[in-house]
Write a protein that binds this ligand. Sequence first.
Ligand SMILES: [Zn+2]
Length: 529
Amino acid sequence: MKKTMRILAVMSLIVWGQLVHAQITAAPDRKEGQGPYKQLIIRGVTLINGTGAPPLGPVDIVIEQNKIQRIVTVGAEGNPIQSARRPVLAAGGQEIDATGLFALPGFIDMHAHIGGKEQGTPAEYVYKLWLAHGITTVRDPSTGNGLEWVLNEKKRSAANQIVAPRIFAYTAFGMGAKKPINTPSDAIEWVNENAKNGADGIKFFGAAPDIMEAAIKENKRLGLRSCAHHAQTDVARWNVVQSAKAGMTSMEHWYGLPEALFENKTIQDFPADYNYTNEQTRFEHAGKLWKQAAAPYSEKWNKVMNDLISMDFTLVPTFNIYDANRDLQRARRAEWHETYTLPSLWRFFAPSRNAHGSYWFNWGTEQEIEWKQNYRLWMTFINEYKNRGGRVTTGSDNGFIYQTYGFGFIRELELLREAGFHPLEVIRSATLYGAQALGIEKDLGTIEQGKLADIVLVNANPLKNLQVLYGTGAIELNAKGEAIRTGGVQYTIKDGIVYDAKLLLKQVKQIVDEAKTKENFKITQPGIE
Ligand SMILES: [Zn+2]
């Protein structure tokens, strides 16, 4: 009994690894950002509005305080601006000359942990990386720094007292419970407390079926949303389809989906020496999961997909967070690590038998090939889900597995593209669909008259190359034959406040430089001088 208890405790530490530790340093008071303005006109920009509409421009976007008032087409491509059509600048108004720039709605990161003690990331570092990559809204799934802490940051962000995206808090199920949750009525009690405490929703990892059902239903009855990482420890008895039927609104990662697609079994093909606390085993065998599921376009595959779509169920695949599984060296040597990855975060990423997501015991060709095949099947499902009208959104889960905040989110956009999404479908997933999944589409998610002014301005066309959205931009040869950097978000506007995205990145670099100097730290690769 005692031994079982200890095993369970270790297990929950790993599943709930990001939940059980002390808080990180909250963001300092805001010093950056200009506005909101009585009037702000973004002049001559090419608009990608997030609805799926093609680019249109040049347009002038008129913002008053934090609201988009008007969008006016002021010419045709390649022709001189028709000055007479231009909205007149009001007294005291401000302008941004956005000739040659592209405007997109602020991005929504649906799976955004605000760092933790293990990562050693002050909130300021995380928030500035997010905003520098155009992310103006995040959903914190599991409120790892505690619900109270996150709600406080949410309030300060809403009042623009700190430099941070809008925050939505989904508490980890059972977090802060005054007593153990052993029965459906215990669950209902906790769900009500959570709502009363001001959470926006719940993130589940799994529990007994009667408890899952009661909690999800009660949460829905209260008008809150929910999501789940259907952990291997409970998925045999409760998978994604059961969650959706009970009223859950979104699923995270892939967990629980291939399991819902099993045809000739009900439990994943675990080898006898599998042990969930051994993360190499856990992730290695996860890479063999999709091939155990019903084949693409088979009857079962179609039925599960159509059922989930009919329940308006949102998918948050977080492809990027498993990218290292299919090419560890790529993720480990990404060019931004040297400049933008904090020493403490780098150490957390390094191979370890204890840190969550650092399962590089002997990860090699065999594991990577399995994961490449795994992605093909997984991506086929996600792309077709979108093709049939299902909602797929963008979540990064960054701060684990060599994915640095912000950069990993842009990688997520690239991976949706790889799955088969048109670049405009990628942008819609990152904006409008995220807003719908959070229930905020009336105010956010697109650049339209009447909506809040959350806008990303970038100096290159992201539809041609999503990589221009990375803080480090994309490499291009100029006319002189020199390799130059293009892109990187120029300005991120949140709530009508204009942030110089490049300045935010510079400040992140300073935070990293200071930590490096203090610790005499340099990124090295294991066993290489
Ligand atoms: Zn996560």
